[in-house]
Design a protein around this ligand. Structure first.
Ligand SMILES: N[C@@H](Cc1ccccc1)C(=O)O
Length: 502
């Protein structure tokens, strides 16, 4: 039986017999005063079920300090001195011996023992007993106070407080009466459904404790950004400092046209397979595409143009209309570049741009410790007349320098929409190796010219994920600790945006 159960039984039997508990401070359980902290827990639980009602009694109580308790247990210092002096011996005890026997107590007790005429100086400068026996009133007084928690003589109390042998402390106890639904038959309330209960069928008849929806939650000590959002904020800040403006990325669903076709990605490309891409089923397609531009894209894919021989396959609009969850934010870039080209066509004025975006993309991947079906992409795009690969490399150095990454290496790569394409590697001091951190390239003329951009405009672009640098930065080994319902909440304490000082 737990203490709480024992108290419950105790209270209910008293109430049943006497109709009232005058003061829980007077109650004893197994010879000891009941613990008022446990008492209030039991009372609250019984009160919530209307079995009892209670009111609080507050009063001051005298309690012994550590020193006071030592005196109550082991005697006053003067008494200790008296007992340390041997009976009836001429020479008694020397001051040094007394000190080594009693330590500090010798010093404290000596004077009083003499004043009480319990001991006296001996011929050789030590002490001998002056009386046969003593009554240790200081000890008795403290024992009495410990027992009763009070003392009638104000002056004595004041003195003892001054000597730091006692102190006053507030104590709370309770008066208890029967409630409207008083009963001595308390059914045990279960808090959890257990495997045993399920196996034995006990769950069917068990009484479950109700949820207390009014209970106050744990007060968070700080507000915090999710680590991914924190990293996103850092990247956003870097782009803004470099004079980039943010592309609108709220739309997760794109037509295959903007996600693939506009990027000169052939319709047979493996990335367009359902294994890699999430297709929507309802609605499955969109016909909201600028048809004249669609026609130019069809041409460049199937027969070429703009100095390209194209892919030479039968391009189908049905494939382009399929709605997908965007697989990269380059779908946003293609859409934005088309709008920029249109503006140029309409006004004849060319405006160079520096854009970025940081948002979610989706890929139908096998989930494991480092891959989820969705992640955040960081994308940078610069469009201007006469940009070269040197501009791309220089821009990437400038961008990564802001992140504290100085050593970069580039490896030739392939993307359907960029030529040349480069994978970006950074030297990681901690891991002591080159790590791949992104992908980049110069958008192909087959992508830019059908949009209607000026022929001498080049577009450099790069992309990276936020998850990877976040995992490295905050030491996450499993992406599931970073994203989703299992997100480790201790990160809140490690990445505060503001902390409440206690
Ligand atoms: N879209 C590419 C990244 C990229 C962006 C821009 C240019 C080149 C590459 C990816 O998903 O990996």
């Amino acid at each position: 039986m737990s203490l709480r159960e024992a108290y419950t039984t105790l209270f209910l039997s008293i109430l049943d017999k006497d109709g009232e508990i005058k003061d829980t401070a007077d109650l004893k359980h197994e010879g000891k005063s009941v613990d008022q902290e446990t008492v209030i827990g039991v009372l609250k639980s019984l009160e919530s079920r209307e079995v009892i009602k209670y009111e609080t009694i507050s009063r001051e109580q005298l309690v012994l300090t550590e020193e006071g308790a030592d005196i109550a247990d082991n005697g006053s210092y003067e008494a200790r001195v008296f007992y340390a002096v041997p009976e009836g011996e001429e020479n008694g005890i020397s001051v040094a011996d007394l000190k080594s026997k009693l330590g500090q107590a010798a010093q404290f007790g000596q004077g009083r023992a003499i004043k009480n005429k319990w001991i006296k100086k001996s011929a050789n400068g030590g002490f001998t007993r002056a009386v046969e026996s003593i009554v240790d009133e200081s000890q008795n007084l403290l024992r009495d106070i410990r027992e009763k928690g009070a003392y009638h003589d104000e002056k004595v109390v004041k003195d003892l407080k001054k000597q730091k042998h006692i102190s006053a402390s507030k104590v709370t106890s309770y008066r208890v009466v029967k409630g409207d639904k008083f009963t001595t038959q308390i059914v045990k309330e279960e808090t959890d459904i257990t495997e045993e209960m399920l196996k034995s069928g006990e769950w069917k008849t068990a009484t479950f404790k109700k949820y207390n929806f009014n209970a106050a939650g744990v007060q968070p000590r700080s507000g915090a950004l999710h680590p991914l959002m924190k990293v996103r904020e850092e990247y956003r800040q870097i782009f803004l400092e470099l004079g980039f403006s943010e592309m609108p990325t709220a739309q997760y669903v794109e037509s295959s046209f903007w996600n693939f076709d506009a990027l000169f990605q052939p319709q047979q490309h493996p990335a367009r397979d359902a294994h890699d891409t999430f297709f929507l089923s309802d609605p499955a397609t969109s016909d909201r595409m600028p048809m004249d531009y669609v026609e130019r894209v069809k041409q460049v894919h199937s027969v070429g143009g703009y100095g390209s021989i194209g892919y030479g396959y039968d391009w189908k609009i049905a494939e382009a209309e399929k709605l997908v969850l965007r697989t990269h934010t380059t779908a946003v870039s293609s859409n934005m570049l088309y709008k920029l080209a249109k503006e140029f066509q309409e006004t004849g004025e060319w405006k160079p741009v520096k854009w970025f975006s940081i948002d979610k993309v989706f890929r139908n991947e096998t989930l494991d410790a480092t891959h989820l079906a969705e992640f955040h992409q960081i994308e940078g795009v610069v469009a201007d007349r006469g940009l070269t690969l040197g501009d791309l490399i220089g821009t990437l150095h400038g961008f990564f320098k802001k992140l504290g990454i100085q050593k970069l290496r580039f490896k030739p790569a392939y993307n359907p929409y960029t030529e040349p394409s480069m994978e970006i590697f950074a030297w990681h001091d901690g891991l002591n190796k080159w790590v791949e951190i992104g992908n980049s390239g110069m958008f192909r003329p087959e992508m830019l010219l059908p949009m209607g951009l000026p022929e001498d405009v080049a577009v450099i672009a790069w992309g990276l994920s936020t998850e990877r640098p976040t995992m490295i930065k905050y030491g996450y080994n499993n992406i599931r600790d970073l994203v989703g319902h299992k997100c480790r909440l201790d990160m809140v304490n490690r990445n505060p945006i503001a902390r409440v000082d206690k």
